[in-house]
Ligand binder design. Structure first.
Ligand code: SF4
Length: 358
């Protein structure tokens, strides 16, 4: 549900513009607690994913290959958008990075945060890391928030759990400051999730994820429930936190046109495989892969005539059971050749395609 600027689930006035932190504006909010991982002492490379494949249990004891040979890297202070249609493997990638794969899923490959393998972490370590080293803004706030707890208590939880404040009063102050950053006030803080609109819940979830001051923030479609103005403000906020805190941001989106200009790098996924990856500005100026080109061509354009139909990509994303050994995009690709259906193109570091080269 969209969060209309003149509507509030609590009957409180329209929230003030988001407090986007800048070097000079930050002191007006509760100062973040010092990170136990000072930036200067840490390597630049935050996340290193190499040759990651994930399979899920299928019918009659079979295995379905959901992700294949993914390579991703993310440095501190860097933002990367994972782009693709629903069903392309974006959320499963995020769940792998959060140690939240569904029962029966198997991940193989190399996935490291600050050099430490995430695939080998035990649950005790995950409990200390989740929310602190790596946090996620989930796609559906109503199921991600606890319906029986007020918003303030939920935003305070990571601060208390990870001992980011010396006492509860300070934790409360910091939680309120995080809520203010996303445009929610004291009245919203005292509400239960069902008393807020969809957009307000989404913002509460973002505040909760930021409250743990994570090194890596994974945001899965964080702005879909928001109206256009809030969408821009939330993206501004995330962008500034990447710069201010040296946080790594993995933004998951199906909307290439919205996110592409807000991140430094793009990775395009389809059928569980990487199609193209690179510096965002370069990829937008010259998208190479036929799937990236099709996504870019399908964006709505300002100034397009009313009668001009939106360009659409015919066909749909294949189900896991339908993805064969070849290039998963071949049934929809205008450049497909016979071998595309039977043999997957190798990943060059920039793209995977038999017909297009760098
Ligand atoms: S490998 Fe073939 S089907 Fe896949 S994108 Fe390239 S041309 Fe199209």
């Amino acid at each position: 549900m969209s969060d209309h600027p003149f509507k509030s689930g609590l009957g409180v006035p329209t929230p003030a513009p988001l407090a986007v932190p800048t070097a000079s504006a930050a002191p007006s909010m509760a100062s973040p607690s010092p990170s136990p991982y000072p930036l200067a002492t840490l390597p630049a490379r935050l996340l290193d994913v190499r040759d990651l494949s994930v399979s899920l249990p299928g019918p009659k004891g079979t295995r379905l290959q959901a992700l294949r040979h993914l390579d991703l890297t993310l440095d501190r202070g860097e933002s990367l958008a994972l782009i693709g249609e629903s069903g392309s493997g974006k959320t499963l990638t995020a769940l792998t990075l959060m140690g939240l794969l569904p029962p029966g899923a198997e991940a193989v490959g190399h996935v490291a945060l600050d050099g430490q393998s995430l695939l080998a972490l035990d649950e005790d370590t995950w409990c200390r890391w989740r929310g602190r080293r790596v946090a996620m803004v989930f796609q559906e706030p109503l199921t991600a928030l606890n319906p029986l707890q007020k918003i303030l208590a939920q935003v305070m939880e990571p601060i208390v759990l990870h001992r980011l404040a010396p006492d509860r009063a300070t934790a409360r102050e910091r939680a309120l400051a995080q809520l203010a950053r996303v445009g929610l006030d004291a009245a919203h803080a005292q509400a239960y999730p069902h008393q807020l609109s969809g957009g307000q819940r989404q913002r509460a979830l973002i505040a909760m994820a930021l409250a743990g001051e994570p090194d890596l923030l994974i945001a899965d479609e964080p702005t879909t429930a928001l109206d256009a103005v809030l969408r821009v403000q939330i993206l501004d906020l995330l962008e500034s936190l990447v710069k201010e805190r040296g946080m790594g941001l993995l933004l998951i989106s199906h909307d290439l046109s919205l996110t592409a200009r807000r991140v430094q790098r793009l990775a395009v996924l389809y059928g569980g495989r990487l199609m193209e990856q690179g510096v965002a500005t370069e990829m937008l100026a010259r998208p190479l892969h036929p799937y990236t080109r099709a996504l870019w061509a399908a964006r709505p354009r300002l100034g397009a005539g009313r009668d001009q139909p939106l360009q659409v990509l015919p066909g749909g994303v294949p189900s896991l059971a339908q993805v064969g050994p070849g290039c998963p995009f071949h049934p929809r690709c205008p450049l497909a050749q016979a071998r595309c259906a039977v043999e997957a193109p190798p990943w060059t570091g920039r793209l995977a395609c038999w017909e297009v080269t760098e």
